[in-house]
Design a protein around this ligand. Structure first.
Ligand SMILES: Cc1cc2nc3c(=O)[nH]c(=O)nc-3n(C[C@H](O)[C@H](O)[C@H](O)COP(=O)(O)OP(=O)(O)OC[C@H]3O[C@@H](n4cnc5c(N)ncnc54)[C@H](O)[C@@H]3O)c2cc1C
Length: 257
């Protein structure tokens, strides 16, 4: 029986594993992934925060059992640390070995954490894992002021969502208008006016993020080149970089992304 190991349970890994087993039911397919869940849309998270989507259930394609019943050997909350190409096996951080005939890497991306003072304070958020997003959602009712860093698409979704939870929302961005990397100012004007005039979002354009202040390990304010902004929560839409560590460890040539 051909053994296929897929690393990463995001949309790419879930797609690879389900397609493999649907293509040939005799394959022995193992999907190993760090997070608790697979097969959900992270793209919908800001819309649940803003209650445009009622709850997180609406973001899942199928429950985990669906994939197990399909015949996929699912290993969640499991991180692959080493790939041994001579032994043709992967090794997890908890010492398990998974031999393979074919290996599919779907390790996705990770945030580039900015090198700023106190970036590890409680209340500073990088959204990715849906379970963590559920926990954050539960805390939003107690948040009075939030800062969103960077007017990229995810940042814009967040500044539209948070005012729906009665949170005074500040956007900090070094550009001069929303999504200035991708869009012209006149295209963004309508949306920008709506966010400011209808939702009360406070825009801090031409402003750099400098660091964070806190008390008892919790965020109290965000430092910017234009002064401090009081905040209970800060969402950092930091640059995203491909997770290529494992690929590089076995000599796979990686390109630009
Ligand atoms: C909040 C949010 C909103 C988004 N909105 C949009 C949108 O509107 N439109 C859009 O096109 N895209 C959006 N995206 C991006 C989109 O979700 C990504 O393009 C997609 O997640 C990429 O899927 P992937 O499977 O390649 O990688 P990932 O989703 O990154 O999945 C990779 C998985 O592999 C796991 N992994 C990595 N290394 C290991 C290892 N060594 N061992 C075990 N597991 C490992 C990771 O933990 C992760 O679960 C959004 C993302 C987020 C977080």
């Amino acid at each position: 029986m051909t053994r296929i190991v897929v690393i990463g349970g995001g949309s790419a890994g879930t797609g690879a594993a389900t397609n493999a087993i649907q293509f040939d039911r005799s394959l022995d397919v193992t999907l190993i992934t760090e997070f608790e869940d697979i097969a959900y849309s992270p793209c919908g998270i800001p819309y649940v925060f803003g209650r445009d989507i009622k709850n997180f259930d609406g973001l899942f394609l199928q429950p985990l059992e669906f994939y197990s019943e399909m015949g996929i050997n699912l290993k969640t909350e499991t991180v692959v640390e080493v790939i041994d190409m001579d032994k043709r096996a992967v090794y997890t951080t908890n010492g398990e070995e998974y031999p393979f005939d074919k290996l599919i890497l779907c390790t996705g991306w990770e945030y580039e954490i900015p090198n700023l003072a106190n970036v590890d304070l409680e209340g500073i958020i990088f959204i990715k894992n849906i379970r963590r997003a559920m926990e954050i959602d539960g805390r939003l009712d107690n948040v009075k002021q939030a800062v969103v860093w960077q007017a990229k698409p995810l940042g814009v979704e967040l500044i539209e969502a948070l005012p729906h939870r009665d949170i005074e929302t500040h956007l900090v961005d070094s550009g001069s208008w929303l999504m200035s990397e991708f869009a012209d100012a006149d295209m963004m004007e309508l949306l920008q006016n709506h966010l400011v005039n209808d939702l009360g979002v406070k825009m801090h354009f031409g402003t750099d993020l400098m660091g964070f202040s806190g008390e008892d390990g919790k965020l109290t304010s965000v430092q910017t080149s234009d002064g401090d902004i009081d905040a209970d929560m800060a969402f950092l839409v930091a640059p995203m970089k491909p997770s290529t560590k494992l690929a590089k460890s076995i000599g796979i040539k990686t390109g630009s992304t």
